[in-house]
Design a protein around this ligand. Structure first.
Ligand code: ZN
Length: 429
């Protein structure tokens, strides 16, 4: 039997239950329970005085790199990093080697995630065979194998026909398509946002249009097919406007904002430091502000890290040749809290919702809650003590982040997954 846990004297914020109260939270046998008259022997006590107690966070967008690039991250290190970051559920992206385009390889990843016992590792399967965009993967078999979504993340299905087929099947399966919106036919060799700051740095630019055109196309297709479309890592104000208008029309279009697109813009890019290189790129200040506003007004219902580990050696090859992407699991809470709540852009309960009920709704999962009987996925957060990002302390195998040295507020102190403390790791583990 799992030990009971009593989280004492915290500020318990539960967006699903619309509650925000001072008090205790009691956990027994992996679920939240009513506080008993007498506590069982060996109840673990967690002092949450002055801290926030919330449902465990969900990250819709994580690259675990296994199989294929274990030198950058593994399912083990990635899920431990997630637990340290306050996450109890993550969704692994399928652009591994081989990609997750068959039930067999999907099952391998899901089994590996489960064996680690840290957190829940879910996975999105590929949209197309080998992520080539030429024909649909067997979405029905992948759904039966446990895929929670379909995506070719890292690339976009360029054929309207294939995308339409995939949408019809996903709609029938009632699963979302996660859409990496970047027109693959637009000719550019860009590495930063196209605009005056690209000219300043001398680096080639990525036009905003590559995102806007695909968001437009896929909203049109969603209208025709009834599919649920989730736009990944929204980076442009125009895409935000399109999603907002689609929602007004009642279409099931959702979107996510990454911590880096909320915190930074093209003006911050150091052209000698490839840790500022990601796709989509850091866009203009106006884009950044539009994304902040869209998260605040719930046009973008979820934060997501797009945690993209790369080895130091591969990132040190220069801005033009280094791979796109930065890590995010261990800084996401701090960056989003600091940028969005500490500055007053949104309130703390809405911030928690974008990390919990928002992503759960996008995935069609039950809303995470802190009511008796709910699975005990819980994070205890310190949102008052400043801390400084030190990538050498990360649990992730990689340290490619531009946020090293940044002072943040907001950090997970304790993460509980299904009634087990998974961060910090306990002595006997
Ligand atoms: Zn992507």
């Amino acid at each position: 039997m799992m030990a009971a846990i009593l989280v004492k004297n915290g500020r318990v914020i539960d967006p699903a239950g619309h509650t925000d109260r001072m008090g205790d939270l009691y956990i027994e046998n992996g679920v939240i329970a009513d506080l008993p008259q007498r506590l069982p022997e060996h109840t673990t006590m967690i002092d949450a005085q002055g801290k926030i107690v919330a449902p465990g966070f969900i990250d819709l967008h994580v690259h675990l790199r296994e199989p294929g690039k274990e030198e950058a991250e593994t399912i083990e290190t990635g899920s431990r990093a997630a637990a340290a970051g306050g996450f109890t559920t993550i969704v692994a992206m399928p652009n591994t080697t081989p990609p997750l385009d068959t039930p067999e390889i999907l099952a391998w990843v899901l089994d590996a995630g489960q064996r680690r016992h840290h957190i829940r590792v879910l996975a999105s399967a590929c949209l197309s065979v080998q992520r080539k965009g030429l024909s649909c993967a067997d979405l029905q078999a992948l759904a039966a194998g446990g895929a929670v979504a379909f995506t070719d993340d890292g690339s976009t299905v360029h054929s309207r026909e294939v995308m339409e087929q995939a949408m019809r099947q996903a709609a029938a399966l009632d699963l979302p398509i996660m859409d990496h919106a970047e027109d693959p036919l637009a000719e550019h060799h860009g590495v930063v946002h196209q605009g005056q700051h690209a000219e300043r740095t001398g680096l080639p630019g990525i036009p905003s249009d590559v995102e806007i055109s695909i968001v437009k196309r896929d909203i049109d297709l969603a209208r025709e097919t009834g599919a649920r479309i989730h736009i990944q890592h929204v980076s442009t104000k125009e895409a935000v406007d399109l999603i907002r208008a689609a929602n007004k029309d009642g279409l099931p279009i959702s979107g996510e904002a990454t911590p880096h697109h909320l915190a930074l813009c093209d003006e911050d890019v150091d052209p000698t430091d490839s840790r500022y290189k990601m796709n989509p790129p850091l866009r203009s200040r106006a884009d950044r502000d539009a994304i902040r506003a869209a998260v605040a007004d719930n046009t973008l219902q979820a934060f997501a890290t797009d945690h993209a580990p790369h080895t130091a050696a591969s990132k040190q090859t220069g801005f033009l040749t280094a791979p796109f992407g930065i890590i995010g699991l261990e800084t996401a809470v701090g960056i989003t809290y600091t940028v969005m709540v500490d500055t007053g852009v949104m309130d703390i309960a809405s911030w928690i919702a974008r990390w919990t009920t928002g992503p759960a709704a996008i995935l069609g999962l039950p809303a995470p809650a802190l009511t008796p009987g709910s699975p005990a996925d819980i994070v205890v957060l310190d949102v008052t003590t400043p801390w400084t990002v030190n990538p050498s302390l990360f649990i992730s195998k990689s340290s490619n982040t531009p946020f090293g040295g940044m002072a943040l507020k907001g950090r997970a102190l304790t993460t509980i997954s299904r009634g087990t403390i998974v961060y910090p790791l306990q002595k006997d583990e």
